[in-house]
Write a protein that binds this ligand. Structure first.
Ligand code: SF4
Length: 56
């Protein structure tokens, strides 16, 4: 399961790295659009500057 915490700053890194998992919502913050985990999902979580992505 992938979760994005409230501290997302909308930098877009996760969307650039794992576009199959993440998209922007209409407020400019990331949302999860697909829960399937891949290496890119892990990379996105690692590169999030505010550690907003939780993978369980
Ligand atoms: S990388 Fe982190 S801060 Fe940037 S859009 Fe994704 S969840 Fe938000």
């Amino acid at each position: 399961m992938i979760k994005i915490k409230d501290n997302c700053i909308g930098c877009g890194a996760c969307i650039a790295i794992a576009p199959e998992n993440f998209e922007f919502n209409d407020k400019g913050f990331a949302i999860v659009v697909d829960d399937n985990l891949s290496d890119e999902t892990e990379e996105a979580a690692k590169f999030c500057p505010v550690e907003a992505i939780e993978i369980k």
